[in-house]
Design a protein around this ligand. Sequence first.
Ligand SMILES: *[C@@H]1O[C@H](CO)[C@@H](O)[C@H](O)[C@H]1NC(C)=O
Ligand SMILES: *[C@@H]1O[C@H](CO)[C@@H](O)[C@H](O)[C@H]1NC(C)=O
Ligand SMILES: *[C@@H]1O[C@H](CO)[C@@H](O)[C@H](O)[C@H]1NC(C)=O
Length: 302
Amino acid sequence: MSRASLLVCLAAAVAASHGMTLMEEIANAGATTLVELLKNTGLDKEVNSGYLTVFAPTNDAFANLPDNITQRITGNATILGAVLSFHATSAIFRAQDAVPNMLIETLLKDTKIRVNIYDDNAGGALVAVNGARVLKADIPASNGLLHVIDRVMFPPAGSFYDLVAMSDLHTELKRIIDSVNYKSVLESHVGTFFAPTDDAFKAFGAMLMSRGVNLDGNDVATKEFIDYHMLDSVLYSIGAKSGMYNTWDHGESLGVVMNANGTAKINQANVILGDIPATNGVMHVLDSVLIPEPYATSIVVG
Ligand SMILES: *[C@@H]1O[C@H](CO)[C@@H](O)[C@H](O)[C@H]1NC(C)=O
Ligand SMILES: *[C@@H]1O[C@H](CO)[C@@H](O)[C@H](O)[C@H]1NC(C)=O
Ligand SMILES: *[C@@H]1O[C@H](CO)[C@@H](O)[C@H](O)[C@H]1NC(C)=O
C-alpha cells in the first residue's frame, strides 16, 4: 500500500471511530454557551470545516465573567469573533504534548496561548492554557480535538511594558521603568510581573520621605526594586500556592499567600487585579510596592 493510500485509510478509520464533529462534541461536553456564541457569529461553520484543536470554556466560565466584560464581548461581533478565535488552533495539541511555556498559535492573527504545567495539589499535574485549567483533555472528534477549560481566555494586549504603558493605574511605574531604560527587560523577560498602582507608589514615596530616604536617581536601587517585582516563572493564580517564590536575577524571594476566599497576598501587598495575560507571561496588579533586602530591613524596619 502506498503511503498516501495508507494515510487515507488511517484518516477514514479515525473518522469512523470518532463520528461526531467538533461542534457536536462541544455540545456533547455541555459547553452549550460556546455552541450558541459560535453559531451567532457564524464561526460554527469554520469550526466544522477545518481540522482544529478547540479549547471550550464551560458554561460556568462564561457565566462567571463580570457583567461589563460579557456586555463588551457579546455586544460587538468583532470582539466576540476575536475572543472565540483565540480558543482554537489549527495545530494539534494534546495534553500529553504540554511543555511549560510552550506557545500555541491561535486562529486569531498574531496571538498565542501560553501553556503551563502546575502541581495540582493532589500529587499530579494540571495543564493550564493562559491561566485556564484544562478540565477534560483530548476529546477526539472527526475533525479535531477538544479540551474543556474552566475560564474564558483573553489574548494578551502586549508585553508587560505595553500593559503598564496602556493602563492609567501605572503612570508612576512607567516613569520609573523608563528612568532606568528598562523597557526592553519588561518586553522580553518571560515570567510573572507584579505591577503596583500609582496609589501604591504614593504611599511608598511618603514612607521613604518620613524616613529621610531618597532613591531618586539611584539606578542600581531602582533596578533592584523592579527586579524584585518579577518572578522567573509564569505564575497564574490557578497554579499558585502559598510559599516562597524566587524573584528574578537577585536570588531573593517573595512570600505568596493564597487565601481560601480567593484573595492573594504577595509579601504585604494585596493582588487587586490578577491574571492579566501578557505576551511574555502574566501580570498581577498590587496595592503596595514590594521592598527587597537590604531596603526592607534598613528602611522599613530600621
Ligand atoms: C468592569 O467593571 C469593573 C468593576 O466595576 C472595573 O474595575 C473594570 O474596569 C470594568 N471593565 C471594563 C472593561 O469596563
Ligand atoms: C467593535 O469593536 C471594534 C474593535 O474594538 C471597533 O473597531 C468597532 O467600532 C466596534 N463596533 C461597534 C458596532 O461598536
Ligand atoms: C479573605 O481572607 C483573608 C484571610 O483570611 C482575609 O484577611 C481577607 O480579609 C478576606 N477577604 C475578603 C474579601 O473576604
